[in-house]
Design a protein around this ligand. Structure first.
Ligand code: HEC
Length: 179
């Protein structure tokens, strides 16, 4: 064998072998890219969020939450969660009126963790948004237990129609914002 060919083999053979190992490894990794991400499907090359139906609301939490609501929320948000009259128009002092919590409001647009944060911290939550006006929404940390805050939210959910409840469930489970 000519010396040049031997040198070429010494250089090329390991290159081809290592290259093949790397290539096979890469192909193997690519062949099953979404295995860990189920139940996301792919359409038009984009991952799609798959909606699951929301679980039924705990009836005793709805009851307990109704009592909490009547005692601590109804004075502003309305006895039937209808909100203050003309709630979309700010007060003369620049503060906002209490919005409805039923389907006519926007409570159902927000995820659970954000709603719980608003109810728990009230003004401290809104203060984190520099453009938001001073709020009349009190924080209930110290007044209500975490369980009571959870139950009042469950009661509010019981006021929503099927479509809005599904939408809020999707938002809370990491799906697309509904609008
Ligand atoms: C003193 C009046 C008042 C009381 C009492 C009150 N809120 Fe509010 N709430 C407000 C106002 C005003 C807002 C509008 C937010 C703002 O001022 O920026 C608000 C906003 C909210 C929001 C956000 C709604 C959205 O769509 O963004 C939630 C959730 C909420 N309140 C829940 C409650 C719950 C639950 C209670 C009772 C435990 C309660 N509030 C008691 C006045 C009140």
């Amino acid at each position: 064998m000519p010396k040049k060919l031997i040198i070429a083999m010494i250089v090329l053979v390991p290159t081809v072998v290592i290259g093949t190992i790397l290539l096979v490894g890469a192909l193997d990794g690519d062949s099953n890219p979404t295995a860990a991400q189920a139940p996301v499907s792919v359409a038009n090359g984009l991952p799609q969020f798959v909606s699951t139906p929301p679980p039924a609301l705990d009836a005793s939490a709805v009851d307990a939450g109704k009592t909490v609501y009547a005692q601590h929320c109804a004075s502003c948000h309305g006895v039937s969660a209808e909100g203050q009259a003309d709630w979309k128009i700010a007060n003369p002092d620049g503060t906002l009126k209490a919005p409805p919590h039923d389907d006519s409001g926007h409570t159902w647009h927000h995820a659970d963790d954000q709603l719980i944060d608003i109810i728990t911290r009230g003004p401290a939550f809104y203060a984190e948004f520099p453009d938001s006006p001073k709020t009349n929404m009190p924080g209930f940390q110290g007044t209500l237990s975490a369980a009571e805050i959870g139950s009042v939210l469950t009661y509010i959910k019981s006021l929503w129609n099927t479509e809005n409840r599904q939408s809020q469930w999707d938002v809370s489970s990491g799906g697309e914002h509904s609008h």
